[in-house]
Design a protein around this ligand. Structure first.
Ligand code: SF4
Length: 362
């Protein structure tokens, strides 16, 4: 199914599809069982606009200052055919970097499919020739829940000694050789998305996907200055998680098959009902990764969903969807379905221990 499929266009209320980026894909894999997010993302719905319209505007994202600083640092590293970057790799990392040919694949008004075709051609040439090559702003594609999602990375793909390395330029600082672990982890997750998309494209072009290295280069400002510093980052763990999660994502066709034919996320009065028609799996982690989080949290709290207490607790209570049902089981409710018998026994035990601890048992 493509993003122009009639079903998906109708879901967007004929609005243009939002493009995925590595952040949204990395976040998508954080909650693979959520049909609501899966469907909204697969259809390219603008979740921020939906959340705004529902009165639950998201409160995350970069400040304008951070965006401007990031853009100016990236321009500095890429100036003069990435001269600063190549000097860094030769100097800081001691790599044998030959002269490279550059392909600037940044948008020039053409569509995403045309840009992806251009990336294919440039990558195919680089792989066949095998020398030093630099691809700036490649347009990549990754299959998300049965639908191709275009990725527009700001990254570079650099070919050295026949292997391609993803280069991520980030504006967070490395101070005394250390960066904020959370920011490094987020950069590693995003880089893994690019590595995977590049590997799939390399395989489509008939080359060994392992020519895309799992070692990516992270370039950041050093010690509160604008001097860039390069650090190699092994993203094998993130790649393994990403591949596993992507295969677990619920397929869009399966979700759509269970929903009303006329469902649409157009920004009108029917929007709250349409959103509620699609099952969500809220967990507190959503607050840092999904624009819909405040709406879904409110909904989960209102119906006493166990998910609102945290993913670990929901997993412990596997199959018990509401706090009310969990309390009833703990109190010794009759008619326990066989699949919940073990959970019910553990809940009764927990209730008894709690009672003994508080001196209220019996
Ligand atoms: S915030 Fe809502 S839509 Fe987004 S992943 Fe969480 S439950 Fe799903």
């Amino acid at each position: 199914m493509t993003d122009d499929a009639p079903d998906l266009r109708r879901l967007r209320g004929d609005a243009p599809a939002r493009n995925h980026d590595a952040r949204t894909i990395a976040a998508l894999t954080a909650n693979p069982g959520c049909s609501r997010r899966g469907l909204l993302d697969a259809a390219g719905v603008d979740k921020q606009a939906v959340a705004d319209h529902l009165g639950f505007a998201p409160r995350f994202g970069q400040s304008q200052f951070a965006i401007t600083r990031g853009n100016s640092f990236e321009a500095q590293v890429k100036a003069d055919g990435c001269a600063a970057l190549l000097a860094l790799l030769r100097g800081d990392l001691g790599l044998d970097v030959p002269a490279v040919t550059s392909a600037d694949l940044a948008p020039r008004g053409e569509g995403r499919a045309a840009r992806h075709a251009e990336t294919r051609r440039a990558l195919g040439r680089a792989l066949s020739v095998g020398g030093g090559a630099l691809l700036d702003h490649p347009m990549l594609v990754l299959d998300i829940a049965g639908r191709p999602a275009y990725l527009e990375p700001d990254v570079l793909a650099l070919q050295l000694a026949g292997r391609l390395h993803v280069v991520e330029i980030k504006s967070f600082a490395v101070v005394d050789g250390q960066a904020e672990p959370e920011q490094v982890a987020a950069a590693a997750r995003q880089a893994a998305v690019y590595v995977l998309a590049l590997r799939r494209l390399v395989a489509e072009l008939g080359h060994d996907p392992q020519r895309v290295a799992h070692d990516v280069f992270l370039v950041c400002p050093q010690n509160f200055s604008n001097r860039p510093v390069a650090t190699p980052l092994d993203v094998r763990p993130q790649l393994a998680v990403l591949e596993r999660q992507l295969t677990r994502l619920t397929r869009v066709d399966a979700i759509l098959g269970e929903l009303p034919d006329e469902l649409s996320f157009a920004l009108d009065d029917a929007l709250p009902e349409s959103v509620r028609a699609v099952e969500a799996r809220y967990a507190p982690e959503c607050l840092s990764s999904c624009e819909m989080a405040f709406f879904c949290r409110e909904e989960a709290r209102a119906c006493g969903a166990t998910g609102s207490l945290g993913r670990a607790l929901r997993d412990d209570l596997g199959g018990v969807e509401s706090v009310e049902a969990a309390l009833a089981l703990a109190a010794g409710a009759a008619d326990v379905p066989p699949e919940l018998a073990e959970t019910a026994e553990r809940l009764r035990l927990a209730a008894r221990l709690r009672g003994e601890a508080l001196g209220t048992a019996g």
